[in-house]
Design a protein around this ligand. Structure first.
Ligand code: BGC
Length: 259
């Protein structure tokens, strides 16, 4: 893995954040820069904000260093395929190409939960786990990353499992707790239903729970009755940026692999 810091950028619903990442330790090598996500968050408008962040770090990254960017969407071969909680114009957009052309350099675009999951396995709560790790992020939606023996199976989208006839994230995302004003006691049965279903289908060796709500994991994780150990994420809001940088270098080092 690369010795120079690598720029990771995390595109979220309210903010676009970037920082240099030291991949030797899996942590930031600079301050984090944050710019609000444009109200009309189309690929082109978001690319403009990403360009401002890249410009902030221009003197500190080599011209040929790839930039890792996360997006809360399925990404196959650089094309964004879904848009559950983002502007619908991302569906089937050649987003990686739009970003690369706007920035004049190589951009690797990845799913946000995949990036967070890789970061947790490489540097965080699942570090050293040689089995099947399932990282979920509880936020506006539910993101998932499935990692087996250190290798990511991308775009698993387990937030959209249909459970009891409903889209799982519409019942169990952290945003639902906020919207409905649920207490943790009221929220726990929703999480229980979700994780027991995922467990019954995937049987991971470890669940890692990320997203903003994981700060308060003591209020819900101990109440879940599962056969699989379930632990909070450790990288918290650094995971997306760190994982994006890791995946960018990994992909750049293996151009022969399909994106
Ligand atoms: C999206 C995923 C994303 C997750 C977390 C879901 O609604 O479909 O692609 O990873 O939200 O942001």
């Amino acid at each position: 893995m690369q010795n120079q810091p690598v720029l990771g950028i995390d595109i979220g619903g309210s903010g676009i954040k970037g920082a240099l990442v030291d991949l030797a330790v899996g942590d930031f090598a600079s301050e984090r820069v944050r710019i609000p996500t444009p109200a009309k968050s189309t690929p082109a408008n978001v690319a403009d904000v990403v360009a401002r962040i890249v410009a902030d770090f221009s003197g500190q990254i080599a011209a040929d260093s790839p930039i890792g960017v996360t997006i809360p969407a399925v990404v196959t071969h650089g094309i964004t395929r879904s848009a559950a909680n983002i502007h619908k114009s991302w569906i089937d957009a050649p987003a990686q190409q739009i970003f690369s052309e706007r920035l004049g350099r190589e951009v690797i675009l990845v799913n946000d939960a995949d990036a967070a999951g890789v970061a947790e396995v490489m540097y965080g709560a699942a570090k050293g786990n040689e089995g099947l790790v399932l990282v979920t992020t509880l936020g506006t939606g539910i993101g998932s990353a499935l990692i087996y023996r250190g290798v990511l199976v991308p775009n698993t989208e387990l937030g959209h499992l249909e459970i009891d006839g409903k889209d799982a994230e519409s019942e169990a995302a952290a945003s639902i707790k906020t919207t409905l004003g649920l207490t943790y006691e009221e929220y726990v049965p929703r999480l229980q239903r979700y994780y027991e279903r995922v467990e019954a289908l995937f049987w991971p060796d470890l669940f890692v729970v990320g997203g903003g709500v994981s700060k308060a994991s003591g209020k819900f994780l101990p109440h879940l009755k599962l056969k699989t150990p379930i632990v909070p994420a450790e990288l918290r809001n650094r995971a997306g940026i760190v994982g994006a940088a890791w995946l960018a270098v990994d992909k750049a080092e293996h151009p022969e692999r399909p994106a």
